[in-house]
Design a protein around this ligand. Sequence first.
Ligand code: G3P
Length: 217
Amino acid sequence: MKFFIDTANVNDIKAACDMGVIYGVTTNPSIIAKEGKKFEDAIREISGIIGPDRVIFAEVIDMKAEGMIKEGQELVKLHNNVVVKIPMCPEGLKAVAGLKKLGIPTCVTLCFSSCQALLAVNAGASYVAPFVGRVDDIGGDGVGLITEIADIFAVQGIETKIVVASTRSPLHIAGIARAGADIATIPYKVIAQMANHPLTTNGLAQFMKDWENVPKD
Ligand code: G3P
């Protein structure tokens, strides 16, 4: 399972890329709004940080298929490796099919059921994005949903990639990795939590303390 970072914050993106663990960046309208920058400026700035080899997921705003397709055609001009995020809805599915004909990769976002994921697959999406944390928020089983989608995709031989969004904790990351997700898109705060363990902190402090007792030149 590959890691992406789920933010438009350039400092967080830079820090995660520098750590060497990030293959791409996912954004959405809420994430972009938090940074207070114009959409195209934000995407261009992120593109400059991630370089040509990583992927950037950028979302359309139009609610009609025709508009989504036009936006998608513009979005792919902003970086050499853009995946167009399309919301899960009938117009979105129509846009996915249209963009596929143009050879533009898409990710169907706001997926909350395996049936929605299967619709995205049949429309021709390259990726589906189920939201693990928001399913938990309403008393559902977020990791269970990812397990169900991954099991169905395996049984059916489906090649569409599962990008799990709305990850909120290291427990989510371990759970969705076990479930068989292809990608976890993670906020920086959770990446930092994943790197941390009290026994690592204590162990390192002890190593440094003991090092003082090693004879030096
Ligand atoms: O990628 C979607 C994600 O940003 C949503 O996260 O925590 O608002 O459910 P959250």
